[in-house]
Ligand binder design. Structure first.
Ligand SMILES: [Zn+2]
Length: 69
């Protein structure tokens, strides 16, 4: 499964953050991703490979906007 990760997208990971949230906003992409927890705002750095492995779903920010121009 191939996901295209972009800044502003929200990624749902298999791993749950201690605050109870599964969803992370992407703040930076590259060899390492910077993610912000949508539950508590905590920021982490994760290697791209690890993000790809643990992604369950990806919500595109741009896709929502393009439906309502
Ligand atoms: Zn959290």
């Amino acid at each position: 499964m191939d996901f295209v990760y972009e800044v502003g997208d929200v990624v749902r990971l298999k791993k749950q953050h201690p605050c109870g949230s599964f969803e992370w906003e992407i703040l930076r992409v590259g060899a390492d991703f910077r993610l912000k927890c949508s539950g508590c705002g905590h920021q982490i750095m994760l290697p791209r490979r690890q993000v790809e492995k643990s992604t369950k779903a990806l919500t595109k920010k741009s896709a929502e906007n393009s439906k309502n121009p």
